[in-house]
Design a protein around this ligand. Sequence first.
Ligand code: SAH
Length: 379
Amino acid sequence: MTTLPLLTPGRGDGDPAAPARRRASMPPRHLADLDLAGRRAAVGDLGAQAFRANQISGHYFGRLERDPAAMTDIPATDRDRLTGALLPHLLTPVRELDCDGGTTRKNLWRLHDGSLVESVLMGYPDRVTVCVSSQAGCGMACPFCATGQAGLTRNLSTAEIIDQVVWFAGVAARGELPGCPPRLSRVVFMGMGEPLANYPRVIDAVRRLTSPAPEGLGLSQRHITVSTVGLVPAIRKLCDEDLSVTLALSLHAPDDDLRDELVPVNQRWKVAEVLDAAWTYAERTGRRVSIEYAMIKDVNDQPWRADLLGKLLSGRLAHVNLIPLNPTPGSRWDASPKPVEREFVRRLRAAGVSTTVRDTRGREIDGACGQLAAAEVDA
Ligand code: SAH
């Protein structure tokens, strides 16, 4: 693991020159908050010709250029006015960590109001994936998840979500990921926050990530995964969006007794209800739902729970992703031993359920699932 230096001298942790934390507030409008028509209108309002919106958008989404000074084909007078209004600075890197020979990276960002969020990039020989945050903190209070412990600070804006992706797409495009393709191709909403609790902005972000340049980043909808604790009305709404993103459902227990504890929102929407909504999504989109299941020693890893899960999922358009628990600081829980995990997998497969165990990329830099807890740097 390599620890990179702080990029923003004077704004680091514990530094007396660091700005006092302000009241959480949404950032100024950014071009990524708007569709192309909205950007053209905004440019018109600023007294410039509408095609300038396409030009700036082409820089940002097409060339992954986030620095207004580099947009030299726009006359300087227009440039300052337009980029000042449409490209406000959203993300300040406070800390950048990497491991796996530079192919796994985690950034901690400070937002305009002092809120902190993290994103993780994972480069593989055939693909580059970024794991983005959709909220600063999270209000879902899952007891095994580091983000859940701190509570919710605020929703991220659409552009704050997009800018995490565009930043890392730029890293990939500049060839900075050894042995990985130069094109970022996948986005998973598995960073901090509950994406479906920030529904309109997350949907907007998905649309912008998947519209072709210069309106958006041109990613395939099928390469975007939205992960949820299971907010049933929001899943049902998602069914009507006509999107073909992958839905991941953080189940973690097949029975209500245990799920009430592990995923407290289960007290509102039970296992049967949330699975029913997931199957509706699978039917509408033809996409396999990914069932996320953190393997927690002696908590949810018993053979009978594997059998019950197998029964619930058998014959459904589903895939189980087992995640070895990443124990969070102060947690009384641990990951399941490998033989227990293997038996769990065997029983699910015996029930005809496709099952894989997720790799634990980023563990050394606290970038693996459930380890994102940006608030700790304030301590
Ligand atoms: N709020 C969304 C997305 C955030 S986390 C959701 O819950 O789906 C992405 C995945 O990491 C979720 O499946 C979450 O339950 C899981 N996770 C959280 N903490 C974890 C931990 N300590 N170990 C392993 N997985 C964890």
